[in-house]
Design a protein around this ligand. Structure first.
Ligand SMILES: [Zn+2]
Length: 69
C-alpha cells in the first residue's frame, strides 16, 4: 500500500522553505524505499521531476537508508 510523507527543506533555488513529497513503497526485498515525487517551494519555485530526483533522490538503486530486517 503506497504511502506518502512530506519533509521540509531549504529550496536549492532561492533558499526559502520548501516541501518535498516522498512516495514510500516496499521494495522487492521487503524494505521501505522512498522516492521524491513532488516539490513545492514557499516562494513558488518549480522543479522538473529530474531536478527533484537530482536534489533529493541521489541515493542510487538498491541503496538507501532503509534498515535491514
Ligand atoms: Zn524556492
Amino acid at each position: 500500500m503506497p504511502d506518502e510523507r512530506i519533509t521540509w527543506t531549504d529550496c536549492p533555488t532561492c533558499g526559502d522553505r520548501a516541501a518535498v513529497g516522498w512516495q514510500i513503497d516496499r521494495g522487492p526485498d521487503g524494505g521501505l524505499q522512498e522516492a521524491p515525487t513532488t516539490f513545492d517551494c514557499n516562494s513558488g519555485c518549480t522543479m522538473t521531476d529530474l531536478q527533484v530526483i537530482y536534489w533529493f533522490g541521489g541515493r542510487g538503486p538498491g541503496g538507501g537508508p532503509a534498515r535491514p530486517r
